[in-house]
Design a protein around this ligand. Sequence first.
Ligand code: 8OZ
Length: 387
Amino acid sequence: MQIANQSAVKNLMLCDMKNLFEPCQAGQLQLASRIVMAPLTRNRAPNALANALMAEYYAQRANPATGAGLIITEATAISHQGQGYADVPGIWSAEQVKAWQSVTDAVHAKGGKIVVQLWHVGRISHTSLQPNGLAPVAPSAIVAKSKTVLIENGLPCFVPTSEPRALDLSEMPGIVYDYRRAAKNAIDAGFDGIEVHAANGYLIDQFLRADSNHRTDAYGGSIENRTRLLKEVMLAVCQEIGGGRCGIRISPVTPANDASDATPQTLFEHVVSFLGTLGLAYVHTIEGATGAARDFQQGATPFDYTALKKAYQQSGGHGAWMLNNGYDRALADHSLAEGADLIAFGKSFIANPDLATRLKQNGPYNTPDRSSFYGGTAVGYTDYPSL
Ligand code: 8OZ
């Protein structure tokens, strides 16, 4: 009798257990699996325009049976001022909207889903990429200890970021407007939704963190003030296209692009408590240092991601909880069992267009070639073989 009961309990647990290959509803996004292709900068969009090669690359990864249940595009600039790297795409003009349409059509033809990641780099830019060669903008005129990518003679070349100027208070509504316009453009271009890039030390993250935000106006000082831009941007995109088509990416403790803050737990619990009120499709969190140590720490104590999720849910958040950073099959299974809903795979999607097939049978996996990550041709982009 006791044995029968034990097996009943085990069966119940198995039924309850999430698996990577099952459907998942994320707000209005009906996803065929929990496998997400993470946003990946590839610098193959000259003139800030999506193109046929990019459409082929995304389409290769779009069939949810073999690839991603959801594709998040590479970070895409919401304005010329939001550009910080050579040959990254934009989504502020009608010409860019039309160019993206070929990508969304190709993905949808494979039965896939795709959202565009909306990006303003803030101070992570170079004068040569800015309108009229002017200084990049930031919360404060503090140079980031970071580099950006220019392309010279067809080859990526890493250069220090330029000295930024502090945004005037009167410019803030214009920045929010640029996000709103980009969200509208995304729907016009056929995207299933958008993800606001609030991670990795770019503009929104620069406002969030005390070390890059020394403002004394309504956008600086208290946590309430430093989170103001994020809140205004999220309200604007949700109002424009509906919260159920919007996601956001955060990276509470990453040191990427000189991001630093002494109290990330308090800061990001405040952020997600706000996000919980918006009816979002998902919240996408990078655990640890982006593309590096998952246990990386900022502040006095290890970051508590369980408390982060709890703060989101306690404020009413019921969007999908997406996690990222260095995931393999075993770690994905572990995080799903612990309550994650979606897992975003980055570098492994660069090298494995049929990643879902390979995850299902536990490999083998192609090895990503770092030398062709940023810029270049079809080599190291659309030529990774499927099984
Ligand atoms: C790598 C190279 C350039 C940009 C990010 C958009 O870190 C990026 C990025 C990554 O989020």
